[in-house]
Ligand binder design. Sequence first.
Ligand SMILES: Nc1ncnc2c1ncn2[C@@H]1O[C@H](COP(=O)(O)OP(=O)(O)OP(=O)(O)O)[C@@H](O)[C@H]1O
Ligand SMILES: [Mg+2]
Length: 321
Amino acid sequence: MITLEAENLVKTFNDKSHKREVPAVDDISFSINAGEIFGFLGPNGAGKTTTIRLLAGLYRPTSGRAKLYGQDVAIVGDRIRKDIGFLTENHGNYENLTVYENLKFFGGFYGLSNLENRIKQLLEEFGLSERQYTRVGKLSKGLKQRLALARVLLHDPKILFLDEPTAGLDPQAAVEVRVLITRLRLGERTIFVNSHNLEEVQKICDRVAIINAGKIVQIGTAAQLDNDLFGAQELSIQVKETLPANLVAELQRLTYVKSLQANHTRLTMHLVDIDVNAPDVIECLTKGGAKILEVQRARHSLEEIYLALIADTRNTAGRGE
Ligand SMILES: Nc1ncnc2c1ncn2[C@@H]1O[C@H](COP(=O)(O)OP(=O)(O)OP(=O)(O)O)[C@@H](O)[C@H]1O
Ligand SMILES: [Mg+2]
């Protein structure tokens, strides 16, 4: 079931210095399934926060539509509040209130009948019980972020928007928040997460969209993006001893080897058709006396994919700033 959709969404802002409307989000479309963790990646100013605000009904689109369960968010209006939780870029806790008071205060907005129980449950789930009477201003950033996450879950929303949930956290606190996020998907909760942290997105997201200068550059699973961008025809082989030059030359002469790099005991090559050619390469190596330790279809990290895509669009379609 599709829970979130962007249909040719456009949002322009007035640029006073240039006296013109500038698109922050420029004709983007995608749909997200129930239970999916969807990562939204892009450089500063790409339009990530604007997209969340459009999807959450906090901005009206200049044109196009944001839909939640098939209904136009702009028409549904405030009724969508009960379905969504939105963790904003600056966590939004009240620093002068205690952990408990923050949850109580925000819980009041939703008119929850079992608020006390819900607060107790969230405090436990987020490891905050012992700190419930501590003023938020005294908490570490990691704990503040855990509280913010607990807060946006008070009404048990089916859709969560997380804008840079681990920005500014130390590695351990970031891992803790990440573990909490993956737990939150249980029960078919849809999670839309903006991030700059590519490793994190690769770990927790089912699919990603890469946005640059308001436009979606690519969308899919990390494996699909890898395939689209690099063709997934890269084979990497680890051998026991450095290969003799004549064997490397023999491999280079094979017509289906498009490129080859031999770095001590590591061979990396691009093939015409990996499924057909890989067994032949292995046979050639074995016949030549090489001892193979490991054969891998090379996978590119999301970071490599992202950098290649962003560099590509910067070269060809930059905003010209
Ligand atoms: N309220 C606003 N008024 C005018 N311009 C805006 C407004 N909000 C965003 N913009 C502009 O729209 C563009 C996209 O901003 P947005 O905040 O969506 O980017 P982002 O991808 O979230 O960036 P970051 O990674 O820095 O959080 C930027 O050029 C920004 O300056
Ligand atoms: Mg942002």
